[in-house]
Design a protein around this ligand. Sequence first.
Ligand SMILES: *Cc1c(COP(=O)(O)O)cnc(C)c1O
Length: 422
Amino acid sequence: MPDELWSANEYKNIWLPYCQMKTAPMPIKVAATEREFLILEDGRRVIDGIASWWTSCHGYNHPHIVAAVTKQLQRMPHVMMGGLCHDQALKLTSRLAKILPGTLDRIFLADSGSVAVEVALKIAAQYWINQGQPNRKRFICFHNAYHGDTTGAMSVCDPVDSMHAHFKGFLLEQFPASIPKSPSEFEAFETFIESKRDIVAGVIIEPMSQMWGMQFQTADQLRKIYEISKRQNMLLIADEIATGFYRTGKMFAVNHADIVPDIMCLGKALTGGFLTLSAAAATAEVYRAFHSDNASHALMHGPTFMGNPLACAAANASLDLFESNPPDDSISERFASAAKNFRGKANVSFERPNEVVDVRSLGALLAIEFAETLPSRETRDFFLERGIWLRPIDNVLYVCPSLNMPLVSLEKILTAISDFLR
Ligand SMILES: *Cc1c(COP(=O)(O)O)cnc(C)c1O
């Protein structure tokens, strides 16, 4: 029945993401947004538990960002960055350099997260090319990883989820590993990457939290992966597109382990969720391999809408908000206690019982993992009926709210989850 609905109406020309449009439920139309609410076409106000794929860190339509973007819109909506530049981009890169760890102070602005990942991979490979090691073009990546949907980014994603077998010959072949946990696994990991030293440019990781299945690492695991990468003379790329800007409880997830990656990717919440913008930041040491009298040592990349002034204005305004009002630990603490509470609760009452196998939280992230894939339509409708927007990823139900969500809204989400688990 959804198929006829889909093709009979205004949806007949749109192609929606991650969606088998023959069988998927119709999307919910949003007419407006306000703070933590989605205002649906039929007038319902729904609490957004996902913050639009974790972008909307200050809530929607924050007046400070609206004002900054509006002002910039009237002055200059866009200008190319080839041969030109502008104050918003300069201001943003200098502010980011100040808050990024270590000497991550050379910042390439791109237009989306996936492109920042492409740029990071390219920087890493060219870092070695520029130093006479042209064979080091491949990457160590991790199972369960998500780094974006462009082909380079897809090649370093989880091999099963991003269907490497399906796209064989189309995607670059990389070296996926499991995130090591035990001493013997760390040893095996080091042996594995040591064997690839001559052909690998670097290791790419989502620090602290892999967003696709919300699998967390400990700070200790992350630090050890960093140390092994350094010992094996590989660049470490931290993809902080999801974790950056306090999502995991600290400004950046790498801050938990007190490490400085060689390259870091930012996106998503960078503009407070207003506009599309991303960044690939490199350390002074990485940048040194490009800074040369040889023209061929330059980084040859330049998305048309890179460093868009509106997006940079939004990002600068978002940083103002973090400066004047950094998120406190109230959501982190509430999620930690909720996780404790939910742990062990079992049996969702759809067609078949579905065990909760794990409940975990990290900063403003809460994930409830089930033994089996959750029925997406029923799960969505269960929460919508309670005025909440949540959407599972396969077998993981997760909450990823705006970082300033009022506790009343947060409690509504947690109560609904509690009902769901009953
Ligand atoms: C969303 C995401 C990306 C891709 O960003 P897009 O803006 O969707 O291209 C890459 N890496 C991580 C960790 C992400 O969460």
